[in-house]
Ligand binder design. Structure first.
Ligand code: SF4
Ligand code: SF4
Length: 435
């Protein structure tokens, strides 16, 4: 099969320091905080109150909204608070705080789902609470049930893992190969998609070999080695690389007959259909220049990130910046008390040298940001318009197509804070559209 190239991209240092670190469990923390919004879409309504005893796997938040996913308790224990807290962004989110009793009693609701049709499969995936585990947090059942008039012919499994530092998907490939293949076969069977393509960057030969051996008996599943180039793992670039199809501005993967799922998401599907245990834990890479013992861990959803860092030996230097996700697209954390979320795939602590933001210089019109942009945008011009408050012209520059990959910033010799401008510009356009 021919591998295509996507336009642009950059080559940041890979820093895959934890590739050979097997995943170990952080255990049950002293306190859990579970936000009702951990996904794209409608927030969940809280189903428990202060003083309630909850069990592992119990649904503690749900909604009838289609684009959403239920949230489950990751521990057994007593609800100590239901209140609003700032998690990320500026909007408060309703959270359930639980004091674990350490018994990890399982909820009576946990049962292997009965799946005998596409409808029951999609319902089971919703009930599992699965949202994209690669970092995007999009409810998986919505992806698995595209509009009726679309025909999907290719399932793309994203194992590219192009962000520096992160190796959690690589560990998934190495430690959970069987579930990945089983999960892919479930998705193909119940959605009727005829083939699956697994894309992995060529800096992970171990995973390419292991998955390649695992798919030998399945002619409809193929493994593809991709050039190591950021952002190879972004949905639209991966589709272009593996199929040659371009998702037009404003369109989605299903508009070009593709469904993209993260490798950990399909592995979770296999496990859920065998055990009925909903999404309550995450495999996370812990790394960065301020982390004493980098590694890969399993953490229960809701575990304070400081507990995860402490499990990894704490800090070797005062962290200047904590990041949830990778250094290119991750979100800076304002506190180490914030909880692990469904979409957390990495926690980074950067020291003074690594975590400082360099000062901006004037744009020298060198065009490197344009060359680096995989979405064919004009980053320098968007940056100029936002900073000059010329918001009326932003729409013409397709700003909403920006995936905030940060390639333009990485390439810029003047260290322009282009992504911040783009986020601000998008927010301004969204508010204008609401009005
Ligand atoms: S952040 Fe947006 S503008 Fe910059 S390179 Fe990525 S897609 Fe292009
Ligand atoms: S890379 Fe930086 S300096 Fe060069 S054109 Fe883009 S914004 Fe300007």
């Amino acid at each position: 099969m021919r591998i295509h190239n996507f336009k642009g991209g950059v080559h940041p240092p890979q820093a895959k320091n934890t590739m050979e670190c097997s995943t170990v469990s952080v255990g049950v923390p002293e306190k859990i905080v579970i936000p009702m919004t951990q996904h794209i879409g409608a927030p969940c309504q809280v189903l428990v109150k202060k003083g309630d005893y909850v069990k592992v796997g119990q649904v503690i938040g749900n909604t009838e909204a289609y684009i959403s996913a239920p949230v489950h308790s990751s521990v057994s224990g007593t609800v100590t608070a239901v209140d609003e807290r700032i998690i990320s962004g500026s909007k408060p989110v309703v959270c359930v705080e639980i004091k674990p009793d350490g018994l990890q009693e399982l909820s009576e609701d946990i049962a292997v789902p009965i799946v005998d049709s596409k409808e029951s499969f999609v319902k089971a995936i919703r009930d599992s609470g699965l949202t994209g585990l690669g970092g995007a947090g999009f409810p998986a059942h919505v992806k698995l049930n595209p509009p009726k008039d679309t025909k999907i012919d290719t399932l793309i499994i994203n194992a590219a893992e192009c962000e520096p530092y992160i190796t959690s998907d690589y560990r998934e490939c190495m430690e959970n190969t069987g579930d990945i293949i089983e999960g892919i076969n479930h998705v193909l069977k119940w959605t009727g998609i005829p083939r699956a393509l697994i894309g992995i960057e060529d800096n992970k030969p171990g995973a390419i070999k292991k998955l390649g051996e695992a798919v030998k008996d399945y002619s409809h599943i193929t493994v593809h080695s991709l050039k190591t180039r950021y952002p190879q793992g972004a949905e639209k670039t991966l589709i272009k690389t593996l199929t040659g199809r371009e998702v037009p501005p404003g369109k989605l993967p299903h508009d070009v007959s593709c469904l993209v799922m993260n490798v950990a998401s399909v592995a979770f599907i296999a496990e859920y259909l065998k055990t009925g245990m909903p999404l309550i834990k995450k495999r996370i890479t812990v790394d960065g220049s301020a982390v004493k013992i980098p590694g890969n861990v399993y953490a229960l959803i809701g575990t304070p990130v400081k507990d995860v860092f402490n499990f990894c030996g704490g800090f070797s230097a005062e962290p200047k910046k904590l990041i949830m996700g990778g250094p290119m697209m991750g979100v800076a954390l304002y506190s180490a008390d914030l909880p692990v979320m469904k979409y957390t795939n990495a926690l980074l602590a950067l020291d003074e040298k690594e975590g400082s933001i360099p000062g901006e210089y004037s744009c020298i019109r060198c065009g490197r940001c344009v060359k680096a942009c995989p979405m064919n945008l004009l980053p320098f011009e968007i940056d100029r318009l936002v900073k000059a408050r010329l918001h009326d012209d932003l729409d013409k520059l397709n700003i909403m197509d920006c995936m905030e990959c940060g390639s333009c910033v990485y390439a810029c010799p003047s260290k322009r804070l282009i992504v911040q401008s783009i986020r601000l510009g998008k927010d301004i356009l969204r508010r204008a559209a609401k009005k």
